[in-house]
Write a protein that binds this ligand. Structure first.
Ligand code: NAP
Ligand code: MG
Length: 400
């Protein structure tokens, strides 16, 4: 078949270990033979990040900002063991964090639903998409040890001096204290990201907080979302027959278990951290969880698989043992990036190609050809194929 022409480029960010092995295979087998596509490539392997003093990560982030579409392979976030393993000059920060700071976006995590694969919560037959506000709260908090008979006080001051002060607690024994913050501009960007994403995905949106307890802090989240919704999004939500609602976090947790999916859930930072792992487990496998980082206006998108570099499989691969590693979430990172490029450029052929690849993957899994992680979920009678075999099957369906 003739290659589909794509005028504008996609930023292709390569990574580490087994995820990198999958990455190269996806490009070689599923993308490059069919698309006349310019890739702007960045090598974010830990070796190259070290070589460039992590400049390559910043350049990759800036390039996504300029070109609007990026697709990223999983990368090692070094801990002490990795610093030793690769003799790194320093313990570099998470590339995802660096890129997120450049794009100032929101992360949406969405499971890929395959009918045949049993889920722990078996009535979830549409995605629960978790949007996490990745700014402030406990992740930027300061803690303090306090002594018996001390007073813990919260105060704020601006350039003209102190303007508010509240006593938090008088200690009767030794104890601990904590302070954290958020900024209205960041909450508003989060709200806009969530409304835009829900509209594009055609899902209703729920924001959860505990505003009955945090009547200033969490109430600010509710008010900013309400304000943005009423001013800028209400009409479009009505047109698409979608709703937006604020709910208490405990009520929302119960609804999530009761409902069958098919909604976007806007979570505060910590709630999003916890809920995204809970939802991933509820749907089954990390190999079926996709993740996108979207700028507030919905223009810039960085897609990736939610899993890491799958070190345990890479160790096998290094010993020349063929593995059964699930490439589906990484393939969907590519199809979602292509589909965003298609959306921005009104490229119908590209949009159809991206849909076709997703449908092929889903139908292959539903027909019972899958990797070991998914087969284990289906039960002892389910057979499995290696990664290379799965790629061969997918390839043969694209050609037909
Ligand atoms: P991981 O790479 O997600 O792997 C954890 C385990 O989950 C694997 O050992 C494997 O289990 C299973 N698994 C994950 N993805 C799979 C797939 N596609 N197919 C089959 N099984 C899969 O997490 P990790 O071991 O905690 O982290 C490894 C490295 O990845 C770390 O250096 C970390 O910094 C990095 N990381 C990067 C990102 C990112 O770039 N977004 C995210 C998370 C972690 P079995 O061994 O039981 O088969
Ligand atoms: Mg977490």
């Amino acid at each position: 078949m003739p290659k589909i022409f794509i005028q504008k480029p996609i930023v292709d960010i390569n990574g580490d270990e087994m995820a990198r092995v999958l990455w190269d295979k996806i490009k070689e087998d599923l993308i490059l033979p069919y698309l006349d596509l310019k890739l702007i490539e960045y090598d974010l392997s830990i070796i190259n990040r070290d070589k460039t003093n992590d400049m390559v990560t910043k350049e990759a982030g800036e390039s996504i900002k300029k070109n609007f579409v990026g697709v990223k392979c999983a990368t090692i976030t070094p801990d002490d063991k990795r610093v030793k393993e690769y003799s790194l000059k320093k313990k570099y920060p998470s590339p995802n964090g660096t890129i997120r700071n450049i794009l100032k976006g929101t992360i949406f995590r969405e499971p890929i639903i395959i009918k045949r694969i049993p889920k722990i919560v078996n009535h979830w037959n549409a995605p629960v998409v978790i949007a996490r506000h990745a700014f402030g709260d406990i992740y930027k908090s300061k803690e303090i040890f306090t002594k018996k008979k001390s007073r813990l006080v919260l105060y704020s001051e601006n350039d003209k001096g102190r303007h508010d002060e509240i006593e938090i607690h008088k200690f009767e024994s030794d104890g601990v204290g904590l302070a954290y913050f958020n900024e209205f501009d960041s909450i508003r960007d989060f709200a806009i990201s969530c409304f835009n994403f829900a509209l594009k995905r055609n899902f209703p949106l729920y924001l959860s907080t505990k505003n009955t307890i945090l009547q200033k802090y969490d109430e600010a989240f509710k008010n900013i979302f309400d304000d943005e919704f009423n001013k800028n999004f209400k009409n479009q939500f009505e047109k698409q027959k979608l709703n937006y609602q604020h709910r208490l976090i405990d009520d929302m947790v119960a609804c999530m278990m009761k409902w069958s999916g098919g909604f976007v859930w806007a979570c505060k930072n910590y709630d999003g951290d916890v809920m995204s792992d809970l939802v991933a487990q509820g749907f089954g496998s990390l190999g079926l969880m996709s993740s996108v980082l979207q700028s507030p206006d919905g223009k810039i998108l960085k897609t990736e698989a939610a899993h890491g570099t799958i070190t345990s499989h890479f160790r096998q691969h290094q010993k020349k043992i063929e593995t059964s590693t699930n490439p589906i979430a990484s393939i969907f990172a590519w199809t979602r990036a292509l589909s965003h490029r298609a959306f921005l450029d009104s490229n119908r052929k590209l949009s159809e190609f991206s849909e076709k690849i997703e449908k092929i993957c889903i139908s292959i899994l539903n027909s019972g050809q899958m990797t070991k992680d998914l087969a284990l979920m289906c039960g002892p009678d389910q057979s499995w194929v290696t990664t290379n075999e799965l790629f061969k099957i997918i390839k043969s369906k694209i050609i037909n």
